[in-house]
Design a binder for this molecule. Structure first.
Ligand SMILES: *Cc1c(COP(=O)(O)O)cnc(C)c1O
Length: 289
């Protein structure tokens, strides 16, 4: 497996960057997780668009333009002969000194592209469903570090994950600073109630996930009512179905929240229908290589 770093390809063992890179020293950088299905990079333009928005927000100059970035992702997939895979696209602030000042890293931003073949979640998870627990760590306040920035500084999410695992659960529900449902440690959350779909709005602690957008697009096309609405834990507890969305996980059923069984305690009908529609789109949308 070859790794792209700043225009060159390196074997896995040789793929290294400086210990003075602020991506390492401060989590100062951004990333995207992207999937390819049968030589089609799913929603690549949308991922590149979001990457550039993250960069703009943290005053990071990406050394490639959007088209060059798309080409770099495709080249990395081709060189590694990956037809179905996962792409991790990273842009770090680059090498600087030990101080915080990002302007001292100017011109050193690193673009790193790692690809892999693995399906990231085991099949049985989609059959049995996840059990979630609400954790004490809240999602970053949008005026501290806005969750719309897909930042390398992921400690907020990692703390939530630790709290869930230590409590014996697979995944965490994070609340926002107002106490409403934000999202999970790396996935967005949806609920179904009376054949309508609900998901938290992006304004407080929720990243506007690309998979989330696809689900909203699907239900709009099918004329199923969908709402981006503030949600409390209570609404999750009394939902007919709950599921998570993310590029790596796709759409994953949730069968229990804070010890309350959701619906019939197994993956629901709406989710099964949405997953079929999602599959269809992975076959036709994106950039072919
Ligand atoms: C990436 C990410 C998601 C999911 O977004 P997708 O674009 O669907 O992959 C959700 N929450 C967080 C915190 C994320 O980093």
């Amino acid at each position: 497996m070859k790794v792209y770093i700043n225009g060159k390809f390196y074997e896995k063992k040789q793929a290294k960057i400086s210990v003075f890179d602020h991506g390492l020293l401060y989590g100062d950088g951004i990333f995207e997780g992207i999937r390819s299905y049968n030589r089609l990079v799913f929603k690549l333009k949308e991922h590149i668009e979001r990457l550039f928005e993250s960069a703009q927000s943290i005053v990071l100059t990406i050394p490639l333009n959007k088209q060059q970035m798309i080409e770099a992702v495709i080249k990395t997939l081709k060189i590694n002969k990956i037809d179905n895979g996962y792409v991790r696209l990273i842009v770090t602030r680059g090498e600087g000194d030990l101080g915080l000042n990002p302007y001292k890293c100017e011109g050193n931003a690193s673009v790193i592209i790692i690809t892999d073949k693995i399906a990231l979640y085991p099949d049985k998870l989609y059959k049995s469903g996840l059990k979630l627990i609400t954790v004490p760590t809240i999602r970053n306040h949008p005026e501290a570090l806005n969750p719309q920035v897909k930042s390398l500084n992921y400690l907020n999410n990692i703390l939530a994950k630790i709290e869930a695992i230590n409590a014996g659960f697979q995944e965490a529900i994070m609340l926002d600073a107002l106490g409403y449902i934000a999202e999970c440690s790396g996935d967005n959350i949806f609920l179904v109630k009376d054949n309508q779909l609900y998901t938290p709005p992006q304004c407080m602690g929720t990243l506007r996930g690309i998979t989330r957008d696809i689900v909203l697009e699907i239900v709009r096309d099918l004329k199923i009512p969908a709402h981006e609405h503030v949600l409390t834990r209570h609404e999750l507890y009394i939902a007919d179905e709950v599921f998570l969305t993310g590029t790596a996980a796709e759409l994953v059923p949730v069968v229990s929240v804070d010890g309350r069984t959701i619906g019939k305690g197994k993956p629901g009908k709406m989710l099964s229908m949405l997953r079929q529609e999602f599959r269809k789109r992975t076959r036709i949308e994106g950039i072919r290589y």
